[in-house]
Design a protein around this ligand. Structure first.
Ligand code: PEP
Ligand code: MN
Length: 368
């Protein structure tokens, strides 16, 4: 059972306190989750002891929602249930928002970071991706510059008005290092902690990003587990205290994906929207993994992006590089800066079409 409290009700408010005392008398475990507009109480234990009418008569209670899945906090238990929106560093994220995070798969040089951010700023972008800690298949491959690059990445982000940087963490110590570097540089930007597909079931890492609420989390689905297992893994983050989670589809590992790197799974965007309240991101670069182009002159990555955006994606994470031949990670899939304008135009066209489709289907469902 989930109890939705009245909007902006402080924990110290007498009606909140009296509700907690009532629940204590029923010997139930109560997990409060505070969202941007209201708090939700997740009740665990012997629910037969609960009287719905008595609960609803409590002034603190707005509504009661029975939970239908183990994705308790992130899950959508009713079609009209309010989504999990949040604002981070003045950028809003929800199942209605839309943002592009174009940037370097891995930070290599200060000059490349600057060129990337300059181009983003020229095109009115306020988000990017910049990998400092890289999970690599081979221990002999470049592992990322780690904390050494954070000062200049943050400084340049501030210089070019970038507000949110998606950055992978593989260890709780990386969160501490990012936080310290942001403090040292005077918070010129913000970071969204990325959980990579390889760590999608690293439960201690999921708990670590969940036990802090400074940074929102971009959770990438596991490439070899089911969608429900990935959704439950994301739930660990919310269960540990942080409901500001974005779910990223990035393709799944399959021999059948050839010649693409992974099998794009963007047809599952509406499924994630329906089953959960999380904003949904797509990563066409790590799904497709090649700059190959169709005979229609449209690269496969552009096509996959359009497929995700037209299906309602809320965020696009994509690799760009000012000089891909010199990139230390994934240069083969990084789009050149010259393509940025075309990429953003293509996305704008597709997003507009998605919004028109949505309006048409709202009309249709109203008459059916
Ligand atoms: C990445 O985005 O840099 C990355 C390593 O992606 P994934 O975890 O999806 O492979
Ligand atoms: Mn990569």
């Amino acid at each position: 059972m989930l109890i939705v409290l009245e909007d902006q009700l402080a924990e110290s408010h007498p009606s909140y306190q009296s509700l907690l005392s009532y629940l204590r008398t029923k010997a139930l475990a109560v997990l409060p989750v505070s969202l941007s507009s209201h708090t939700e109480l997740y009740i665990e234990g012997e629910l037969n002891n609960l009287d719905a009418a008595a609960l609803l008569s409590q002034p603190a209670v707005k509504s009661l929602i029975p939970m239908h899945s183990d994705c308790r906090i992130l899950g959508r238990h009713q079609p009209a249930q309010q989504g999990l929106s949040f604002t981070y560093n003045s950028v809003e994220f929800s199942q209605s928002s839309f943002h592009v995070f174009a940037g370097l798969c891995a930070v290599d040089t200060r000059a490349h970071v600057e060129k990337m951010m300059q181009a983003l700023s020229r095109h009115g972008q306020q988000c990017t991706r910049m990998g400092a800690y890289k999970p690599r298949s081979s221990p002999y491959s470049f592992q990322g510059h780690g904390k050494d690059c954070l000062p200049y990445v943050f400084e340049l982000a501030g210089k070019y008005g970038i507000k949110v940087i998606a950055m992978e963490v593989m260890d709780a110590a990386h969160i501490t290092a990012i936080n310290a570097a942001l403090e040292d540089s005077g918070h010129p930007t913000g970071v969204m902690l990325q959980i990579g597909t390889r760590n999608s079931q690293n439960f201690s890492l999921l708990k670590a990003v969940g036990q802090q609420r400074i940074f929102p989390v971009l959770f990438k689905r596991g490439f070899g587990i089911t969608l429900s297992e990935s959704l439950l893994a994301a739930e660990y983050i919310a269960r540990s205290g942080n409901p500001n989670v974005i779910f990223c589809l990035r393709g799944v590992k399959s021999a059948l994906s050839h010649p693409h790197r992974n099998l794009a799974d963007f047809a599952q965007i509406p499924v994630v929207n329906r089953l959960t309240r999380m904003p949904v991101c797509i990563d066409p670069s790590h799904s497709i993994g090649t700059l190959a182009c169709g005979v229609d002159h449209i690269p496969d990555i552009f096509h996959a992006t359009a497929q995700g955006v037209i299906a309602g994606a809320n965020m696009v994470l994509v690799d760009f590089h000012p000089d891909a031949d010199c990139a230390l990670v994934d240069g083969h899939q990084a789009l050149p800066l010259k393509a940025l304008e075309y990429y953003l135009d293509d996305i704008a066209l597709t997003r507009e079409t998605y919004l028109q489709r949505q309006t048409r289907h709202c009309e249709l469902s109203a008459v059916l």
